[in-house]
Write a protein that binds this ligand. Structure first.
Ligand code: SAM
Ligand code: SF4
Length: 371
């Protein structure tokens, strides 16, 4: 994997705002633009058992060595610093694929013991979830997000390069049965592959009471195959769904959530008007065309313990190395605050054209960051 630039290089100041975090900066994970990160995304591994075309190359990536990845104890300590010293209020475990980590259940149990009231969720591809859902719940996982791009075996296999649709569907049902709801489903639409399936995917999710969220494809694939012209935009997703449904903005406050939520009603035949009751909600995560950077509350820790203030930041701050060198909790907290202080204002993808020279795709793919 190409090595991204490390933190510590000079970061340009913003007019009137110092580039370095001032000594009297408020507590918590604050940045130069006044945003406060309270939502922590922590990657448990860079490994995965699928090869989604928008994320990983067919041959996989060069996996991190075991000793380079945070141990269970290190994860628990880092989360404790985030929660107890820095105001983290929500934790999402991700990867790579978190279910491939052998000590996953122990990690969740230890996190739950340390933080009895912390909402802990997990994003997974669902392979093997049917066998682990009950244990995850018993260990203290709050709820789950499962990625599901298609209900057709061939399309699923084409997108993920693995024939595991039945296993994922069994995992979704098991998560629901185990009480890991509300179950949220994540779908990335790819032009000419699964975009036409979007209304039937929504119908399936609504029928079962799952909350489907469509995610705009971001330029975070290891193959660097993303193009602005080829991605399916949020506007197109709304248009695709309007064949069968009428969407109206969910009146509940968005509250920093990446997904814009819509209430869904069936469309009356031959009309643009809705008929019948609200069937449920659908979310659209328009990271590229309608970004929500100004209200971003996320802080990310990669599997090898690097702090990333943004999916697209090219600066990384090594927290794990510092921890292993003997840093105290307070020193770890300060390094984390320094890293978040220089969070970019925005990722800039929304205005870039297909060949725009000013957008540089990050070296890391989504699986290597922790989506
Ligand atoms: N392996 C797990 C999974 O797939 O759910 C967790 C990690 S995965 C990187 C987290 C989420 O990122 C998934 O929902 C996946 O669909 C999404 N994702 C991966 N690559 C993406 C891309 N290039 N653009 C948008 N979303 C992406
Ligand atoms: Fe694996 Fe998730 Fe990336 Fe798919 S999106 S390759 S399941 S990490």
């Amino acid at each position: 994997m190409p090595q991204p630039r490390q933190g510590g290089s000079p970061v340009p100041g913003v007019q009137g705002i110092p580039a370095a975090r001032p000594a009297d900066a408020p507590a918590g994970l604050l940045d130069r633009y006044g945003r406060r990160a309270t939502d922590m995304r922590l990657s448990l591994t860079d490994k995965c058992n699928l090869r989604c075309t928008y994320c990983m190359p067919a041959e996989g990536l060069e996996w991190l060595a075991k000793q380079a990845v945070m141990s269970a104890e290190e994860i628990v300590r880092i989360v404790r610093v985030g929660v107890d010293l820095l105001g983290v209020r929500e934790l999402r475990l991700t990867g790579g694929e978190p279910l491939v980590r052998a000590d996953l259940i122990d990690i969740i149990a230890a996190l739950r013991q340390a933080h009895p009231d912390l909402p802990i969720s997990m994003t997974t591809n669902g392979v093997g979830l049917d066998k682990k859902a009950a244990a995850l719940k018993a260990a203290g996982l709050t709820r789950i997000n499962v990625s599901l791009d298609s209900l057709h075996k061939e399309t699923f296999a084409k997108l993920t390069r693995r024939p595991f649709l039945d296993r994922v569907l069994a995992g979704v049902d098991a998560a629901w049965a185990a009480g890991l709801g509300p179950v949220k489903l994540n779908a990335v639409l790819m032009r000419g592959i699964n975009d036409a399936e979007s209304p039937s995917l929504l119908a399936w999710a609504l029928d079962r009471g799952y909350e489907l969220r469509f995610i705009e494809q971001m330029p975070l694939d290891a193959d660097h195959g993303w193009t602005r012209r080829n991605m399916i935009t949020a506007a197109e997703i709304r248009e695709l769904l309007s064949a069968d449904y009428v969407l109206s903005r969910d009146p509940r406050a968005r509250d920093g959530a990446p997904a814009e939520r819509f209430e869904v009603r069936r469309r009356a035949a031959g009309s643009a008007e809705p008929e019948g009751p609200v069937l449920g909600t659908v979310g659209i995560i328009a990271s590229v065309t309608e970004p929500f950077c100004s209200d971003c509350r996320r802080t990310r820790i990669t599997a090898e313990g690097k702090i990333m203030s943004c999916l697209f930041s090219r600066e990384e701050f090594d927290l794990l190395g510092f921890l292993r060198a003997g840093a105290s909790d307070q020193e770890l907290a300060e390094r984390w605050q320094d890293a978040m202080w220089v969070k970019p204002k925005a990722h800039g993808m929304d205005h870039v054209g297909l060949d725009a020279p000013d957008f540089v795709q990050p070296d890391r793919s989504m699986s290597a960051i922790g989506g």
